[in-house]
Write a protein that binds this ligand. Structure first.
Ligand SMILES: O=C(O)CCC(=O)C(=O)O
Ligand SMILES: [Fe+2]
Length: 309
């Protein structure tokens, strides 16, 4: 894993090309030192002053751009709720514009996912195992399957003085080599996994809100849980710690790079889903790596591609 620094000049002059995309797809972190995503101190002060109560302790604040809605926040007046929606939606727009500048090959090809605000101190957060972010994992969203798409996330933090500390390990291929079979890669083709997909399809046909998971999504969800519960992996010597400073922006594919957050408070993040065919090096995408290992396609679209080839 490398940290690739991108300068403001590379962004401003449009000379970046596919440099950042290639670095990200290989499981590296792209950092923009000193990039202020907020142009108004008042917005930062508002977010820092937002008091979450105990009942919302386990959640981050989510902004859902498609619905223009905020969830998971405790606001004390309708004015605050409106302001939070405004601040989050402007953050989301700026983060997306920045992503398009840093990753020109992806612009217009991604599916915009949620943005989030993370107001809690991560050190010592008391969460159930699957939700613990202090254990290294690759990301997979239970409610939003990607169908082979990559989870690209842009982070920043508004903490005035404290770093956010991550532990990271990769690349994905070595992680998969070591653990994917044990985590059940071969089992997602048939048996109970296939039955689950068939039942979910029936559920959706009768109007139930059941996520449309492919075999890839089923595996990645299981892999997320497997890695969090694997003691050997959690203590691997190959992992290293990395500090993100206040006012930095960093990006990575969180389904490619295994990561955990050890400490830090007041981060914001925007997620986009990159379809495999939009990647610069689709052959190293997790879905391709896993298909080579499994020996069968992991999504219906890839099965169709193979049949027509
Ligand atoms: O909040 C962070 O710094 C990263 C947490 C994480 O692993 C996640 O949200 O998937
Ligand atoms: Fe994560």
């Amino acid at each position: 894993m490398e940290v690739v620094r991108i300068s403001q000049e590379q962004i401003d002059t449009g000379s970046i090309g596919s440099l950042a995309c290639e670095a990200l797809e290989a499981g590296n972190i792209v950092v923009l030192p000193d990039h202020a995503l907020f142009d108004q101190q008042a917005d930062i002060d508002f977010l820092l002053g937002l008091k979450q109560n105990a009942s919302s302790l386990h959640k981050n604040v989510a902004y859902k751009p498609a619905a223009h809605k905020v969830t998971g926040a405790t606001t004390h007046s309708p004015g605050d709720a409106e302001r939070l929606l405004d601040v989050m939606s402007r953050f989301s727009k700026r983060a997306l514009s920045l992503l398009a500048l840093v990753c020109p090959p992806y612009a217009q090809k991604w599916k915009t996912d949620y943005a989030s605000y993370r107001p809690f101190e991560e050190h010592g957060r008391d969460l159930p195992l699957k939700q613990r972010n202090d254990l290294m994992h690759v990301d997979a969203f239970p409610s939003r399957p990607t169908h082979g798409g990559g989870i690209l996330r842009l982070f920043t933090q508004i903490n005035p003085s404290k770093d956010r500390v991550w532990r990271v390990s990769g690349p994905f291929e070595s992680l998969a080599d070591k653990y994917a079979m044990n985590a059940g890669l071969r089992d997602v083709k048939g048996g109970s996994a296939a039955l689950k997909r068939a039942a979910a399809k029936v559920g959706r046909a009768v109007g139930l809100k059941v996520p449309d998971r492919t075999a890839y999504d089923q595996f990645m969800l299981g892999f997320h849980d497997y890695l969090k519960g694997n003691e050997e992996f959690q203590h691997t010597r190959e992992a290293r710690e990395y500090n993100f400073h206040p006012n930095q922006v960093w990006m990575c594919y969180t389904d490619v790079l295994a990561h955990s957050v050890l400490s830090g408070q007041y981060a914001l993040e925007q997620t986009v889903i990159i379809p495999p065919e939009a990647k610069v090096r689709p052959e190293i995408a997790p879905v391709s790596v896993l298909e080579r290992m499994a020996g069968f396609p992991l999504t219906p679209a890839r099965k169709r591609q193979l049949q027509s080839a």
